[in-house]
Design a protein around this ligand. Structure first.
Ligand code: NAG
Ligand code: CU
Length: 227
């Protein structure tokens, strides 16, 4: 009986240990961020080959609005309640192509370039700067072309990632207008498609972070583009 209570409590606790990424800029929940499928469950994407690995949307429903930022400035992105699990935070951008609009563009094709990736601290058990945080700041590269973008936030929880499919992806996409940019379109070698960018057995996705404790960590996806 006690064991059953403990099990049920444990299940409830681990469910509440999940999280969403509903806030970007100064907006409220799901204002500038496209509502993700986990908005009630706080659940995660497990299959890197699914459509949900892109923005975790079941449809192409728009956000309520688009926020604007100057190229070279930082924007904030918020988790709710906070990033509970160990693993890297990453951010990607994709420019809305000419002839498409930010409210309806699905983000398909090899259009996503990475603008931030987190590394753990080594020595003893790994520690991750993102753990416990609910607000992140990310720099928008100064040289990129002005226009509309999707800004994809991703946290990869690695606590049970030692088997393929065990990593948990917490994702959302914000609608962002970039002003005052340059004229640079990142080279194709920096761009990936979702799904497609990741394989379940990538070394940064299928990894035992506990034993033996890794001495390096290879973030999945392309190199970070900066300018
Ligand atoms: C961002 O800029 C676009 C285009 O000028 C505008 O339609 C939109 O309302 C702006 N967003 C905010 C939050 O001001
Ligand atoms: Cu969780």
């Amino acid at each position: 009986m006690l064991a059953t209570v403990a099990l049920v409590l444990g299940a409830a606790l681990s469910a509440s240990a999940h999280y969403t990424f509903p806030k970007a800029g100064t907006g409220g929940d799901w204002q500038y961020v496209r509502k993700a499928d986990n908005w009630q469950s706080n659940g995660f994407v497990g299959n890197v080959a699914s459509e949900q690995i892109r923005c975790f949307q079941s449809s192409s429903a728009a956000a309520l609005a688009t926020f604007n930022a100057t190229a070279g400035s930082t924007v904030t992105y918020g988790a709710a309640p906070n990033v509970y699990h160990p693993g890297p935070m990453q951010f990607y951008l994709a420019r809305v192509p000419d002839g498409e609009t930010v409210n309806t563009w699905k983000g398909d094709g090899a259009v996503w370039f990475k603008i931030y990736q987190e590394q753990p601290n080594f020595g003893g058990q790994l520690t991750w700067p993102s753990t416990g945080k609910s607000s992140f700041t990310v720099s928008i590269p100064k040289c990129i072309t002005s226009g509309f973008y999707l800004l994809r936030a991703e946290h990869i929880a690695l606590h049970s990632a030692s088997t393929a499919g065990g990593a948990q992806f917490y994702i959302s996409c914000a609608q962002l207008g970039v002003t005052g940019g340059g004229n640079t379109d990142p080279p194709a070698s920096y761009k990936v498609a979702f799904p497609g960018a990741y394989k379940a057995a990538d070394p940064g996705i299928q990894i035992n972070i506990n034993y033996p404790v890794p001495t390096s960590y290879k973030n999945p996806g392309p190199a970070v583009f900066s300018c």
